[in-house]
Design a protein around this ligand. Structure first.
Ligand code: 13P
Length: 342
């Protein structure tokens, strides 16, 4: 393992003012997003949409450090024959790849899932590296529900798989994004989210230690500490920022170069406001930025709506969201900037 090289890539992924575009929606997930804007999902429409994103010079060159791709996309060419991966690197951004194979029900743990994809992973990583990937992503999904969910078995199994994945990535010269996502879908309060996130992260870093993962060569992609969507309760931006920083400080060693949050179903502006408030607290031992999927792309998809004549408009929407999140990653965002742009 060349740790100096891994560390250089990890640092670049969380460089000041930059964050990651999660464009790794599986074919079924991107279909859902396209359904919502009335666009048929075909290899060509998916290619056109992602080409639009990666050719957004303003957003890509100034604010996006890396792009997480899906297997289909890393192999696709733009309309003019240029590999999509090349568009990303030419914009000064790093190509990455989602390598997990999604979730399956976890035996004897009703309602819970474990992320699969370890079999053959080393070979797939070798191939992806050849195709240009410099980092990878694996997402574990932890639900919160009444009746003992999450179970210890679920947390342990998912943390173990993430540890195995991270070690394999580093052995193949690829920086792992370790994503243990505690979902915000339930009816739990913010305290419960705090407790589950704390347990997940404590066990996650224990597994990473046992699997001999070098923390200097990885990026953590956690959830923020928020009340469940169905709880009917709201928490202030300050409370979410305070609790998120508290749990991360309690669980994430300073050797980790950076933390890049998932948006997890927060609205675009909420995800930006929370990231900003977290960075306004300041004095954090890691770079703290975004690795957003929905919160970066929702306005872009809406503006595009599958029409070639809307490409420039959609690229402007992407540039705006990326710029807002870039400011938030430095704790320099203000709500007025959103209204000015509207
Ligand atoms: P969201 O920001 O839409 O949660 O997606 C991020 C991601 O990569 C989930 O794995």
């Amino acid at each position: 393992m060349n740790l100096a090289e891994l560390n250089k890539v990890a640092e670049a992924m969380v460089a000041p003012g930059r964050g990651i575009l999660a464009a790794d929606e599986s074919t079924s997930t991107i279909k859902k997003r396209f359904d919502a804007i009335g666009v048929e999902s075909t290899p060509f429409t998916r290619r056109d949409y992602r080409e639009l994103l990666f050719r957004s010079t303003e957003a890509m060159t100034k604010h996006i450090s890396g792009v997480i791709l899906y297997d289909e996309t890393i192999r696709q060419n733009a309309k003019d024959g240029t590999p999509l991966v090349k568009l990303i690197s030419e914009a000064g951004s790093l190509p990455g790849i989602k390598v997990d194979k999604g979730t399956k029900p976890l035996p004897f743990c009703p309602g819970e899932v474990v992320t699969e994809g370890l079999d053959g992973l080393r070979e797939r990583l070798k191939e992806y590296r050849g195709l240009g990937a410099r980092f990878a992503k694996w997402r574990a999904v932890i639900d919160i529900a009444p009746g003992g969910v999450p179970s210890y078995a679920c947390i342990r199994a998912n943390a173990h798989a993430l540890g195995r994945y991270a070690a394999l990535c580093q052995d193949e010269g690829i920086v792992p994004i370790v994503e243990p996502e505690v979902l915000m879908d339930g009816d739990h309060d913010i305290e419960r989210c705090y407790q589950v996130t704390e347990m997940m992260l404590k066990i996650q870093f224990e597994e990473l230690y046992f699997q001999r993962v070098a923390l200097e060569g990885m990026v953590l992609k956690p959830n923020m500490v928020v009340p469940g969507k169905k709880s009917g309760k709201r928490a202030s931006v300050e409370e979410i920022a305070d609790k998120t920083v508290r749990v991360l400080k309690a669980c994430v060693p300073a050797a980790v170069p950076g933390i890049a949050f998932l948006s997890g179903g927060q609205s675009d502006e909420e995800a930006t406001a929370h990231l900003d408030a977290i960075n306004k607290i300041g004095d954090l031992p890691w770079h703290v930025t975004f690795s957003y999927g929905r919160a970066l792309q929702a306005p872009v998809q809406k503006a595009w709506s599958g029409k070639a004549e809307n490409v420039a408009l959609a690229q402007r929407a992407f540039a705006h969201r990326a710029a807002m999140n870039s400011l938030a990653s430095r704790g320099a965002w203000q709500a007025e900037l959103e209204r000015k742009a509207a």
